[in-house]
Design a binder for this molecule. Structure first.
Ligand SMILES: Nc1ncnc2c1ncn2[C@@H]1O[C@H](COP(=O)(O)OP(=O)(O)OP(=O)(O)O)[C@@H](O)[C@H]1O
Length: 486
């Protein structure tokens, strides 16, 4: 049995306090929290947070951890090993197979993990080329291959498409007969049956533990929902007062792609995309892991090499016609896992928000007093003003993600690209961000293109869809454009 007694875990002014908590061997616990504090348990086990008080006994020797912090670390390690600068060739990173082999050399076990985690077609693909969901599945396979006695899963459903969310639930039911599982999740619709007990954290502290059936009616759940409603109104209000767009000329279409196609040497991703984003339209891009959603958002943003081999018009400019890339980017806000991973500098939290004005990773220009005031205001809205001078890398993944959302919004972009923006956010902040985005969409404060795999993350006000449908011959996807608008 694992026992926590009078424990305090700390990371960058954030605390997780647990007075008394037991996890019995073979009895699986699902943690739900109104804040990011339980992620500190995973961070501490991964040596990214400190035990500042109390005692934890009974921890097994081998612990497998799946968390966004572990993923960030692997990205950093791979980047450090990247020899692109020396060889002048793009480094795809270690292959999926190599990254599994480095954990466990037993080929039968590797093959089983590859099947369990849906990695069969990806075994030779380099780490940097994997999509978000593909990377999450790799991280899970690595943790399983450790044959851990305790498996800690921090937001394991993040980034997985619908089919794989179901597969993961079945896999967890199976693994629950082999390991003790501690799962931290902000998605209370997706708790597999094997988790009989819920432990609830609120305001940085273990609040209570109870049987799973009691959760849906729990008073704190209702309280959080009401709180999310009022904070999200304030966020949308902040965007409204940020800048006035009204005097800017309307661009129609904001974005257009004709016969869009993306392929790599080993196959087609998608083709036949004919799509326009016209004024006042908000779009959601849907489809399974690896179908090309992030690729498409990067074509819009101008960060994908194939944006020049496609016929693209963006904010009144034809791509590749000598347009100023920075001028275009200045009017687009972006939140994505890729950007989050690339944000490797240790800028202060306030500077991270300010960097949105300059589209930089870190801050290299002197912001005006008005910009500083605005950025501080965003920190206050996110209840992060006390962290203004704290370095980005010392913050939890969820806190980092909130800063990146504020960074995208602060300049009130004409177009807001949101690629799974809620990844890493806790229960309350996820609700706040989603409701704020719904208000922003309905009031037309900016136009958005949104990606999410989760039904409970829909944004009211989105009426236009791009769906990636698998091609009949199994080669890539055919995007289908549709609308619910009257
Ligand atoms: N250079 C490359 N060579 C081969 N395949 C690549 C390369 N770069 C990316 N891919 C593949 O392109 C596919 C599309 O990636 P993308 O990130 O757009 O998927 P996605 O739809 O956003 O997926 P997810 O839902 O997991 O985020 C993935 O299968 C990815 O592995």
């Amino acid at each position: 049995m694992i026992e926590f007694k009078q424990v305090e875990i700390t990371r960058a002014k954030q605390k997780c306090i647990i007075d008394d908590w037991q996890i019995e061997a073979g009895k699986h616990v699902c943690v739900i929290a109104g804040d990011n504090s339980p992620s500190l348990i995973a961070d501490w086990l991964f040596e990214k947070a400190c035990l500042t008080r109390g005692q934890v006994t009974g921890l097994p020797e081998c612990i497998g951890i799946v968390s966004l912090s572990v993923q960030q670390q692997l990205y950093s390690d791979q980047k450090d090993a990247d020899e692109t600068d020396l060889t002048n060739e793009v480094d795809p990173g270690s292959s999926v197979y190599e990254l599994l082999y480095e954990i466990n050399t037993d080929s039968a076990q590797i093959e089983q993990a590859i099947i369990d985690c849906g990695l069969t077609k990806l075994r030779d693909r380099g780490f940097f080329l994997l999509s978000t969901g593909e990377t999450r599945r790799l991280m899970l396979a690595r943790a399983i291959l450790m044959n851990p006695q305790l498996l800690v899963l921090d937001e394991p459903y993040a980034g997985l498409d619908k089919d794989y969310q179901q597969q993961l639930s079945s896999l967890l039911e199976r693994l629950s007969t082999q390991y003790t599982i501690l799962m931290i999740t902000s998605r209370d619709q997706e708790i597999p049956e094997c988790f009989a007990k819920i432990s609830l954290f609120d305001e940085g502290r273990l609040h209570s533990s109870f049987a799973r059936q009691q959760w849906l009616e729990h008073p704190l759940r209702l309280q959080w929902q009401a709180l999310a409603g009022s904070v999200s109104q304030d966020l949308a209000q902040a965007l409204q007062t940020t800048n006035e767009l009204d005097d800017k000329p309307v661009i129609d279409p904001l974005f257009a792609i004709h016969e869009g196609r993306v392929a790599y040497h080993d196959g087609l991703i998608f083709e036949n995309l004919n799509w326009q984003i016209r004024p006042n339209q908000h779009w959601q891009v849907r489809g399974p892991n690896g179908c090309g959603k992030s690729t498409l958002l990067n074509l819009i943003f101008g960060d994908h090499p194939q944006c020049y081999s496609n016929q693209i018009d963006i904010l009144g400019h034809r791509r590749g016609s000598g347009e100023s890339i920075w001028e275009v980017k200045q009017r687009i806000g972006m939140v994505s896992s890729a950007l989050h991973l690339q944000y490797r500098v240790n800028a202060k939290a306030l500077d991270v928000v300010l960097s949105g004005f300059y589209d930089s990773i870190g801050l290299y220009q002197q912001p005006s007093a008005a910009e500083c005031h605005m950025a501080m205001n965003w920190l206050k809205l996110l209840h992060m003003q006390h962290l203004a001078k704290t370095g980005f890398q010392s913050l939890s993944y969820g806190q980092q993600r909130l800063l990146l959302i504020a960074r995208a919004l602060i300049k009130r972009p004409v177009l807001l690209l949101l690629d799974e923006p809620c990844q890493g956010l806790d229960y309350l902040n996820r609700k706040i961000v989603l409701q704020a985005l719904s208000i922003i969409a309905k009031q037309g404060l900016t136009q958005m293109v949104y990606v999410s795999h989760h039904d409970d993350e829909s944004i009211e006000g989105i009426e236009y869809f791009v769906d990636f449908i698998p091609a009949a011959d199994g080669q890539g996807y055919h995007p289908r454009v549709s609308s619910n608008a009257q």
